[in-house]
Design a protein around this ligand. Structure first.
Ligand code: AMP
Ligand code: MG
Length: 182
């Protein structure tokens, strides 16, 4: 149960990817954890950062760089081990006692898969908010729509670079704030 409901942790990950399925000897790894806090009273978005993470079971393909703009050099320079990134989520964002939100179920599933495969503790509590589903329900769309499409419908400018976790997290927080307020 979420015990700290003053702020919601909004998360958007980027991961190693390929055009089609992963090569036989690789598994998709998280390479960026975009995160911010959304204050449920004021709508203030704070503590927005993109934590670059070293992939342990794969390398960044040119396709992945094209999609995310994240290069192997950026990870070499600023990437930290997955376990240290999880520590930041727990210690600096209190992810275990807050509700957390992401756009769709992908981020939740990837964290579950990767934590389980690498034998790391899952950093979040049980209260996950799927903003993609919530937005579709709120707008009575009858189907889910992508983040960029939702921003477009709400006439909220897409800030920063789409497919960079740091920016996606902030844009998702704005969609969630709209849902909470309307
Ligand atoms: P997003 O939050 O939409 O930027 O996507 C999160 C992750 O999903 C990306 O970092 C990729 O690993 C994967 N992904 C998103 N779109 C694609 C795509 N068109 N092809 C392959 N992988 C993708
Ligand atoms: Mg993203």
């Amino acid at each position: 149960m979420a015990r700290k409901l003053d702020k919601i942790v909004v998360v958007d990950i980027e991961a190693t990817c390929w055009e089609g399925k992963a090569p036989d000897n690789m598994e998709s790894d998280i390479i960026e954890i975009g995160i911010c806090l959304l204050d449920v009273h004021s709508g203030e978005i704070s503590d927005n950062r993109g934590i670059l993470v070293q992939p342990e079971r794969s390398v960044i393909s040119p396709f992945c760089t094209e999609l995310t703009t994240i290069t192997p050099e950026m990870i070499e320079e600023d990437g930290i081990p997955f376990k240290d990134a999880l520590k930041i989520l727990r210690n600096e964002y209190a992810c275990q006692s807050r509700a957390w939100a992401s756009y769709g179920a992908y981020d939740l599933k990837q964290f579950q898969r990767q934590c389980s495969a690498l034998e790391r503790g899952y950093p979040f509590g049980p209260s996950h908010i799927n903003v993609k589903t919530l937005y579709a329900l709120k707008q009575k769309l009858g189907h889910e729509t992508g983040m960029a499409g939702a921003l477009d419908q709400l006439e909220i400018p897409l800030e920063g670079t789409h497919h960079r976790g740091v920016d996606d997290a902030k844009n998702i927080a704005k969609i969630l704030w709209w849902i909470l307020n309307n």
